[in-house]
Structures are given as structure tokens and as C-alpha cells.
Design a protein around this ligand. Structure first.
Ligand SMILES: Cc1cc2nc3c(=O)[nH]c(=O)nc-3n(C[C@H](O)[C@H](O)[C@H](O)COP(=O)(O)OP(=O)(O)OC[C@H]3O[C@@H](n4cnc5c(N)ncnc54)[C@H](O)[C@@H]3O)c2cc1C
Length: 437
């Protein structure tokens, strides 16, 4: 961790050292841009989002971090099984021709590795420095921060030519702009999650296996619906992440302790969890919650600022699009900023292009993960155009996955409108009679 003073000026300030911020900082630094990243926490810090789909490798290759990820030895996963309203479906990534594995990652370790990589590429990284506000009106944006290193608090400012907000759900700029919108209330969800030791896990054969087998017999991400919600079960190296997603209204009146009791009680009675967690040990310190997590911002990019990753929008974790979205946004914005530094006369155009692209991906995820399109920051034509450009293998996987829950009717309709010849899930979504847990 750097003890150096935060500089007074630089080309680019990035707020936040999650996957979005670390990736954009690494890409910029690699290209010789003078970039400063300010991160509020001290890594490793806790974060949710442990299931990664195989698409992430192309972005990891771009930033140059793939070697570090491979070396870490995260759990490789084989695919997914969902039990949705009693129907069991399975997909295997190998059926789609992916030759690199999807992963289950401990996010504290994964995110620290990405941040370290950004620093190795030449980004000046300052942890425990929290951004308090940004003045975008000045010729050079002025970023005010509080430096909490060493236990003392001191305030400071740094000026930059471009500001990239990658502050995740804190969404610093959207907060200032008052541009953060929650989506329709019936689709507002609360998530409660925690970690367990010694949980059995589900593999592609539909059987459960002892936790020690996780490197020998690949797990799948296991999802089961219950009442109006669903549960994820993600086996990692030492612990298993188990999360509950319910409509926010169901738990609005509960305090944190009541929600934790509700979480544990639900897992005791939820289908399949009873067997998987029978001999597992709950780790109470790991309990976390995130209410009303689906939102979007109506203002994403401008002549001197960009909002990326969760700071721009977040839809829903069901198809593991969060980290992918963060990586994708980072790669777009790194290109736009490098070009804008070279040719400032085109910066408005670059900002507009990025805004459209970020919205497109948000709409794509939105159509996949939640039913009933209707406003919610989505331009359907942008999404249809995006669908025509997505590499076939990736679109095919998403299309197959969309048949595993009953929430993707929009996606099917959009794919048809876009003229894509994908009217059935084909042979790549396997229906299973039962699981043997
Ligand atoms: C319940 C749930 C389950 C999920 N499951 C998955 C999953 O299985 N797979 C998946 O891909 N995604 C998942 N996600 C989404 C995933 O967690 C996020 O999309 C991803 O972490 C976004 O990365 P980011 O870099 O934009 O933000 P973050 O990872 O949130 O990083 C933002 C960083 O900014 C820092 N920060 C915040 N405010 C400030 C400030 N003022 N100054 C300085 N620094 C600041 C924070 O400390 C943090 O380190 C899930 C999300 C939820 C809510």
C-alpha cells in the first residue's frame, strides 16, 4: 500500500478499486496514461458476486491479468443447474465450445488481484482514500477526498482531465446528479447472503459431492427458486456462498438481526438446501444484505466524466453479468479516454458512444434477467442492435441460459425481433428428471 501523498493533478482519476475501476486503471496505465485510483477500503475487502461466466477471460486477456487469475487456482466450474418452479435444467459450458473455464472466485482475493495488477501496470493506487464529491464544472474536474491512511483523517483535492466513477453501488456521481433510479417496485429485490464451511455441492452429474472434491469434480452454480424468490449456492475453495433473493417488501420492516434469522430459517426449509447444508457450519461474520439492488442512472457519460460498472447500473445477479459488465464498460471507456486525450475535439462524441454502449449492455442484461420491460432505462432498439453484434458463442450461451428460469421472455422476444435464428434452446439445455443430493 502506498504511503505517498496523493498527487495534485493527473490525467485521469478513477473512483473505486473493484473490477471496473481496477480494469480501467490497468488499461489506461498500460497505454501510458497518468492515472490515479482512489479506493475507500483497504483490500482485501468483502464483496458479493462469486460466480463468473467464461466470457470474462477475453477482458482479463485485454488487461493482461489472466496469468495472475490462472495462477491463483480458483475453482473452475462446469456450468449451471437451476430448479425453477420444480423444473430442472442444466447447461455445460463445454457444449458451447468455451475452452477456458468459468470460475467461482473469492471476491476479496479476486478483486485484490485486479487492483494489484492495475498498480503493477503503473496506476497510482491509494487505498483508504474516500472520494467525497466532484466538481465537474471547472475546466479540470476537481475531486475532493478524505485520506484515512494511518488512522488520521485529512482532506484533499486532486484535479484531472477525466473522471471515471467506478464506485459500485455507492455511485458517487449518480448521487450528485440525483440520476439514480430504482426499477419498478414489484421487481425490487433484497439479497441476503453468507458463507458456510463444509457444505456439499452439486456437480454437472446432478449429484452432490463432499467439499474436498471441488477441484476434482467440477461444481456447477446451483440455483433454486422458492415461493417468489430464489437461492444461489456457489462452492469455492474453503467456503460456499449461499444467497437468498426475495422481493424487498417482504423484509422491509425487519432489522438486520431479524433478516439474518429469516435467512437461516429459509435455508433450513428450502428445497435441496437442507441436504447440501446438513453438515455445514454457518460463518456468522459473513452475513451481508443488499436491499433494492436493481437500479440505473440516467446520466452516464459526459465530456469529462464516465460512470462504469455498478456505478452506472446493476440489474440482477441471476446470470452472473455483474463482473462481465464491469469489465466490458472498463474496456470501452479506456479506449474512449485514450482517444479523447489525443483528440479532445472529439471527446463529446466518444462520451456519447460510450453512453450508448453502456446502456445497450444494461438493456441486454435487463431483458435476460427480469421480466416485463417497460422504460427502466432501456432502449429496446439499442439492445436489438447489440444482440446482432455479440459473438455467436456468447449469445448462444445466454440464449440457452434464458430458458432455465421463467424471467427472460423479453430476451426471447428481442432475439426474434433482431432476426436471430434462435427459436428454441436446442440440445444445449438439458432437462433433468431429478437430482440425487
Ligand atoms: C446479491 C448480489 C449477487 C451478485 N452475484 C454476482 C455474481 O455471481 N457474479 C457476478 O459477476 N456479479 C454478481 N453481482 C454483481 C457484482 O457484485 C458487481 O456487479 C461487481 O462487483 C461490480 O464491480 P464494480 O467494480 O462496478 O463495483 P464494486 O465491486 O462494488 O467496486 C466498487 C469499489 O468502489 C469503492 N468505493 C465506493 N465508494 C467509494 C468512494 N466514495 N471513494 C473511493 N472508493 C469508493 C468500494 O470500496 C469498492 O471497492 C452480484 C451483486 C449482488 C447485489
Amino acid at each position: 500500500m502506498s504511503n505517498k501523498a496523493v498527487p495534485k493533478r493527473c490525467d485521469v482519476v478513477v473512483i473505486g478499486g473493484g473490477p471496473a475501476g481496477s480494469s480501467v486503471a490497468a488499461l489506461l496505465a498500460k497505454q501510458g496514461v497518468d492515472v490515479v485510483l482512489l479506493e475507500r477500503a483497504l483490500h482485501p475487502r468483502q464483496q458479493v458476486g462469486e460466480s463468473l461466466i467464461p466470457h470474462v477471460w477475453k477482458y482479463a486477456d485485454l488487461t493482461g491479468v489472466s496469468g495472475l487469475i490462472e495462477k491463483e487456482g480458483f475453482v473452475a466450474k462446469a456450468g449451471g443447474i437451476t430448479v425453477w418452479n420444480g423444473r430442472i435444467h442444466r447447461i455445460a459450458f463445454s457444449d458451447f465450445g468455451f475452452n477456458r473455464p468459468a470460475l467461482h472466485v473469492e471476491r476479496d482475493i479476486f478483486d485484490q488481484l485486479l487492483l494489484q495488477h492495475a498498480e503493477n501496470q503503473g496506476a497510482a493506487v491509494f487505498q483508504q482514500v474516500s472520494v467525497r464529491g466532484v466538481d465537474l464544472g471547472a475546466d479540470w474536474p476537481v475531486v475532493s477526498y478524505q485520506d484515512k491512511r494511518g488512522g488520521d483523517l485529512s482532506d484533499g483535492v486532486i484535479r484531472c482531465r477525466y473522471l471515471i466513477d467506478a464506485s459500485g453501488a455507492s455511485a458517487v456521481l449518480a448521487g450528485q446528479f440525483k440520476s439514480k433510479c430504482l426499477i419498478a417496485s414489484r421487481m425490487r429485490f433484497l439479497s441476503l447472503w453468507g458463507h458456510f464451511k463444509n457444505s456439499r455441492y452439486v456437480a454437472a452429474d446432478g449429484r452432490s459431492h463432499a467439499p474436498e472434491q471441488v477441484h476434482k469434480i467440477k461444481p456447477i452454480t446451483f440455483v433454486t427458486s422458492f415461493e417468489d424468490g430464489w437461492i444461489w449456492h456457489i462452492a469455492m475453495r474453503k467456503v460456499t456462498s449461499v444467497g437468498l433473493v426475495i422481493n424487498s417488501d417482504r423484509a422491509r420492516a425487519m432489522d438486520k438481526a431479524q433478516r439474518e434469522r429469516f435467512y437461516l430459517q429459509t435455508l433450513k426449509t428450502a428445497p435441496y438446501m437442507e441436504c447440501l447444508l446438513a453438515n455445514a457450519e454457518y460463518l456468522p461474520d459473513s452475513f451481508r444484505q443488499r436491499p433494492d439492488y436493481s437500479y440505473y442512472s440516467t446520466r452516464l457519460c459526459g465530456e469529462n466524466f464516465y460512470c462504469i460498472g455498478d456505478a452506472a447500473s446493476f440489474v440482477d445477479p441471476i446470470y452472473s453479468h455483474g463482473v462481465l459488465n464491469a469489465f466490458y464498460n472498463a474496456s470501452l471507456v479506456a479506449m474512449a479516454v485514450v482517444e479523447s486525450l489525443k483528440h479532445p475535439e472529439f471527446r463529446a462524441r466518444h462520451a456519447q458512444l460510450c453512453e450508448n454502449r453502456i446502456r445497450q449492455f444494461y438493456g441486454f442484461s435487463r431483458s435476460l434477467a427480469l421480466g416485463e420491460f417497460g422504460g427502466d432505462g432501456v432502449d429496446a432498439e439499442l439492445v436489438r442492435r447489440f444482440m446482432r453484434q455479440v459473438p455467436t458463442v456468447e449469445l448462444e450461451l445466454m440464449f440457452a441460459a434464458s430458458f432455465m428460469s421463467e424471467r427472460s421472455q423479453n430476451f426471447h422476444a428481442m432475439a426474434q425481433d433482431a432476426g436471430l435464428a434462435m427459436s428454441s434452446p436446442g440440445a444445449k439445455v438439458h432437462f433433468m428428471e431429478s437430482l440425487c443430493l
